[in-house]
Ligand binder design. Structure first.
Ligand code: ZN
Ligand code: ZN
Length: 554
């Protein structure tokens, strides 16, 4: 018997889909499992990213022994650079080889190269302070998916991460069911399980079921095929490549993250694409339609993604036309439905056909359904259950599934962000609420929602406003008359004339750059213009006035 208390504090991921972050605490020391982000809702204008409020970690920075990452999805790793930036000393970050590679590349982009990132393999264990940590192989829609078993004197808890029980995963290595059962026999104290598909009855289809469906659809297509899926879904990309090869088509990868992740996946041996198989983006328009499959980002209708640009007739390498078929090998994440539907409709307008998982099962979820969640509970036989990774409805449904397989209701904890579950020798209960919530990232700044509104006002009062009116040619997008620059309340412009001239020049350059990139959609041109002008003004004046770009086409 021990008199220690295990505290399990979710800072994100409960009552929502996204920004997963769990703080596990024992003897005053901390392990953080996952540091995820969420993409903003459409009404959160001007906000780029949503992060969990991690004030708690900032205050306890010295106590953090390690950050453990279950897998490489943004809702589990996306907040990492922002967390590390706030800590004086970066704790060691552990993740599977693919997770680690993706995170290193991300930290590089944020100039956080020095953070110690360690590869861990399936079944590997390591110690971090009073914790012993073990990675347990699971299956999901990205390779190197690990559940995390954390053992203290008090017992073992298991964070499942995102998982499904796929009997025929594309990499041939199913979840380590034997180890899960062993953990159950050894006596699991607490299970924190993925609730994403708690509302779907039965078992999820195997990832391997997608390949044959893709092949069937490909066989019916006479023209070019565009498949869009998550760039990190490396096994899906593999299946698209295999289906293309089977029908004697070659493959082109479109979109920065698609090329990047596929490269990382090839390096680590998760995906096999024969060298002669790839067609460069610039060769696409000269390649026979009936011989080509394009694999593209943009399955969620993301504003600057390759597919969205194709749908707007605005992609430099791909002109969608009659005879093309666009296959959505993904379903929209809640909140993205509108953007996806708009993208689909625009594709129809260009004359291409669209196939979604509602037409043909060309997608398999990476999250287990109800029977799989029950299987997890039956295998691990936990004393306590706290469902995670889901909105309130799914957390509740997951609790009901636990009850259905015999977990007593008083042992099922329906948690909330900020509410720590405290376990000791005498039982488990919720402790006192800690600070939790949202913070927003807007460009380079991090703040809460009041901060954003306040910052707008602060910007206006302290740094003023620039309105840039640019007139561009409808034909080639180049500036046709000198841009008009209006500013108000900008307190620093003494020798304003020369500065305004230079700013005009920066505007022209930005427009020319957009024209070169063949960006013609006005919203996108305005976005670029905003960023370029903001960068120029900050560079020159170290100020962040509000910038309103207005682009007029003539
Ligand atoms: Zn995931
Ligand atoms: Zn997730």
């Amino acid at each position: 018997m021990t008199n220690g208390t295990l505290r399990v504090l979710p800072l994100g991921g409960l009552g929502e889909i996204g920004k997963n972050m769990m703080v596990v605490e024992y003897g005053g020391r901390i392990i953080v499992v996952d540091t995820g982000l969420m993409f903003p809702a459409p009404d959160q204008l001007g906000i780029d990213l949503v992060l969990p409020d991690f004030t708690y970690l900032r205050e306890r920075a010295d106590d953090i022994e390690a950050i453990v990452l279950t897998h490489g999805h943004e809702d589990h790793v996306g907040a990492l650079p922002f967390v590390l930036r706030e800590l004086d000393r970066a704790p060691t970050i552990y993740g599977g080889p693919l997770t680690a590679a993706m995170v290193r590349s991300k930290l590089d982009e944020h100039r956080l190269k020095d953070a110690p990132v360690e590869d861990v393999l399936a079944s590997q264990t390591f110690d971090a302070g009073p914790f012993s940590v073990e990675m347990v192989k699971m299956a999901h829609s990205i390779p190197d998916m690990f559940a995390v078993a954390i053992t203290t004197e008090l017992g073992t808890m298991l964070m499942t991460g995102d998982y499904k029980f796929d009997q025929t995963p594309v990499d041939g290595v199913p979840a380590d069911v034997a180890r899960l059962a062993e953990l159950g026999r050894e006596g699991l104290l607490l299970l924190c399980g993925d609730s994403t598909n708690a509302d779907r009855p039965g078992m999820s289809p195997s990832e391997s079921s997608v390949g044959p469906k893709l092949r069937e659809v490909f066989a019916r297509c006479r023209g070019r095929i565009v498949v869009t899926c998550f760039a990190s879904n490396i096994h899906r990309v593999q299946q698209v490549v295999d289906a293309a090869a089977a029908l004697d088509r070659r493959v082109s990868l479109i979109g920065r993250s698609m090329r990047k992740n596929t490269n990382i996946g090839r390096m680590l041996g998760h995906i096999d694409i024969p060298d002669g198989m790839l067609v460069g983006p610039k060769e696409i328009e000269d390649f026979p339609d009936e011989r080509l499959v394009i694999i593209s980002t943009g399955s969620q209708g993301e504003p600057l993604s390759a597919l969205r640009r194709m749908a707007h007739g605005d992609h430099p390498n791909v002109d969608l036309h009659d005879g093309d078929t666009v296959i959505f090998s993904a379903t929209p994440i809640p909140g993205n439905e509108r953007a996806v539907n708009e993208t689909i409709d625009r594709i129809y307008r260009l004359g291409a056909n669209v196939i979604t998982p509602a037409d043909v099962p060309v997608h398999a979820s990476g999250h287990g359904y109800a029977e799989e969640l029950k299987l997890m509970i039956n295998l691990t036989h936990p004393r306590y259950v706290m469902p995670v990774h889901g909105d309130h409805r799914r957390l509740r449904l997951h609790g009901e599934l636990a009850e259905a397989v015999g977990v007593p209701p008083k042992s099922i904890f329906r948690g909330e962000n900020g509410l720590p579950l405290e376990l000791d020798a005498s039982g488990a209960r919720f402790g006192e609420r800690e600070q939790a919530g949202l913070i927003f990232v807007d460009g380079v700044e991090v703040g809460d929602i009041e901060d954003v509104a306040l910052r707008d006002r602060r910007m206006l009062s302290a740094d003023g406003i620039f309105i840039v009116v640019a007139t561009i040619s409808e034909q080639d997008g180049r500036s046709v008359v000198p841009p008009e620059i209006i500013f108000r309340g900008v307190p620093f412009l003494e020798e304003s004339d020369s500065f305004v001239d230079e700013l005009r020049h920066a505007v022209d350059e930005s427009l020319a750059h957009s024209a070169e990139e063949e960006i013609t959609e006005i919203d996108l041109v305005q976005d670029h213009l905003h960023d370029d002008v903001a960068a120029f003004v900050y560079e020159r004046l170290r100020r962040r006035p509000m910038i309103l770009p207005v682009v007029v086409e003539v």
